[in-house]
Write a protein that binds this ligand. Sequence first.
Ligand code: NAD
Ligand code: WQD
Length: 338
Amino acid sequence: MAKVLVTGGAGYIGSHTSLDLLIADHEVVSVDNHVNSYRESIDYVNQLSKKKVAHYDIDLCDKEASRIVFEEHKDIEAIIHFAALKAVGESTELPLLYFENNMKSLLNVLKLADEYDIKNFIFSSSCTVYGQATDLPVTELTEMKEAESPYGRTKQLGEYILKDLAQYSDINIISLRYFNPAGAHHSGLLGESSKKVALNLVPVITETAAGKRKECVVFGDDYDTRDGSCVRDYIHIEDLASAHTKSVEYLLNNNNQDPYEVFNLGIGDGVTVLEAIKSFEKTCHQKLNYRIGPRRAGDVVAIYSNYERAKQRLNWSPKYGIDEIMKTAWQWEKTRPY
Ligand code: NAD
Ligand code: WQD
């Protein structure tokens, strides 16, 4: 059982992963400046796990302020680095903010890991690194295309830095490329609670159904796909969280095949926007107020994963599909405490 530093621990994926780590008997130290999250998520992680996260409210762009975490926890064995800004559209308006926050926080955490001799590191990457993929499903060997946004570029740059670092030092690193994380914890006490307006499909659907928005606009139905709407690989947040615990244990047990490895995390199947809406209507027993609108600039037409590598090496497979995502996302929307 290990002590794991989770950066961005109060965020959507960070909070679910912290809970999964605690349930697997690991200890969690968390750092978050709450630029996009609420402290309450940590309280619910503590409540659900009946354990306690050691949480710090610190901006990781401030290296010296972050040092206290490493000083107070000299026995950290692994780091999962979630902390980043992630709004694709915002990154096109504020590219420098995205480069500064995402690259500086990454480099500061890596420098502190080096100083405090922490040898296991997991990075939140994204399917966005593949850009407009043409060969589906994408494997980890599919080449990275030009990034569609400054946000996507921070993930590509992060991966390049980590690949070199693993080659030229003795740290072991995994980059996890998430496809479309969605849904909420089955308890109804944890879910996505962003400080920014939700732009991703699943929260847009649930907020529309809850009357928080007028309608859900489908961004285009004239693509070359089975029903004309875009195809994505939606992965349930609990499945995604468990892949992080498995990745930590894989590194701690020295099971890694290379100092730098990359894993796709998706369900290996594509779902169209219209199918996602149908799943919501069927699973949650209600009609959604939606209409077809124009295409959204920068959208990839279709992308879904081959996750065979994660299955083979991490012994990880997803348990849930789109229906369970909709069911838990809707439960969260109706009862969310923060
Ligand atoms: P999130 O915004 O809920 O969580 C990120 C957390 O990092 C937030 O709590 C935020 O307050 C914190 N943070 C940001 N900058 C910080 C800084 N400088 N110092 C300290 N804390 C800081 O987002 P998420 O969905 O949980 O995403 C987690 C990671 O996964 C991110 O790196 C994101 O880019 C990546 N990712 C997310 C998705 C997705 O669709 N959710 C998909 C692929 C990759
Ligand atoms: C999904 C589909 C939209 C909203 C983003 C990032 C990516 C990764 C995951 C971080 C698309 C359609 C959406 C709406 C719609 N994040 N849609 N109406 O764009 O696949 O990926 O999150 O790394 O980098 O780009 O996710 O949820 O925004 O969209 O029709 O109101 O739903 O066109 O086809 P996306 P999304």
